[in-house]
Design a protein around this ligand. Sequence first.
Ligand code: FAD
Length: 374
Amino acid sequence: MDFEFPEEIVSFREKVREFAEREFTPELARKFDREEKYPDELKDRVIREKLVDPSDPWKTLVAIEELCRHDPGLGISATVPFFGEEVLLLFGSDEQKKKYLEKVNNGEAMMGLAVTEPGGGSDVAGIKTNAKDMGDHYLVNGSKMFITNGGIADYLVMLVRTSEPDEKRHHGLSTFLVETGWEGFKANKLVGKLGVRATNTAELQITNMKVPKENLIGEEGKGFYYIMTFFNISRVFVAAQGLGIAQGILDRSVRFVNEMSHEDEGYNREQIQFHLADIATRVEAARNLTYKAASFLFQFKPDPMITSMAKAYASEAAVFASEKAMEITGLFGLTSDLERYFRDAKITEIWEGTSEVERLIISRMLRKAQAGEQ
Ligand SMILES: Cc1cc2nc3c(=O)[nH]c(=O)nc-3n(C[C@H](O)[C@H](O)[C@H](O)COP(=O)(O)OP(=O)(O)OC[C@H]3O[C@@H](n4cnc5c(N)ncnc54)[C@H](O)[C@@H]3O)c2cc1C
């Protein structure tokens, strides 16, 4: 067992850190948060400098962690243009990959993934957006909610119902590659989110949208499995978001206590030291779980239980750190960049499966493993 990354990743992390220190200024982070604007140019620079390279998952994971450490809103925005592409990569045809993925990977186009609906996100099998088979195309009607990149993406992987559910509710779902320029597609940007305000989030209205047959991804009726496979990948990257945010909060909290303790003895008191120690311990535990889940996944042996543990734990570590940081820093925290981290941390507990959903998966896996042993 080796807890060190190879030299190539260590120097890559340095490169990402230097980029973030140079480009993610507090002024810029505050501006995009306040204006709720997607940082398009920053995203272009991240892609141009190859800081996020979908063909290298370890580098992508490290980049997400480091960029979120320096600012969650900018970090997530800059690393999300490829969101959903794994579905195409794993289950799409060669033609689909050639037509769409090349443009996404070189930064010419942006992707997203549309699963959640106004009726709920956790119950994926309960989606209502439906597609009617019209012979040479499908006719799609319905709506989607809280879709990241929804108002700016060129392409979306969309989960739809192509046949009525039988005894299993998750049967009859399919994934389509949808072009957002098609007639019948409408996106309304959502404003006033609690956090990650630099990211673009939209609700989608789909009215009689024609989807060519060749834009069905994989097999009809297999959409639920494709999306679950995707979540087993994306949850590892959300764990990296949580880890990065928690580390960023720790950095700021330690710096604050060190600086203040010279002038005010109060910052040396035990309670403050305990808070720092508790945040640091969670960051370290989150790091180990995240890298373990990633290690399994990147060797093509994903472990859904470890993945869900990593996702739930790292996101909760970020939220825990954000709350303790407020106790440590008081008025300073409420009026500094920590305030933004406090708001931004929460989303990691929600998207790609809430903490409750992750716990259900963990328990299911535990029980399945035990039943299998008998
Ligand atoms: C900023 C933002 C960006 C997002 N981006 C995307 C995106 O790009 N694509 C996309 O498809 N979705 C996206 N989402 C949606 C996100 O994935 C959902 O919010 C999430 O899955 C939870 O769904 P929900 O909000 O509908 O809550 P619900 O599913 O209605 O859940 C409400 C509460 O009930 C709990 N709960 C639900 N079911 C159970 C259960 N069986 N047992 C115990 N507790 C349960 C949940 O944990 C939660 O606390 C985004 C959301 C946000 C806020």
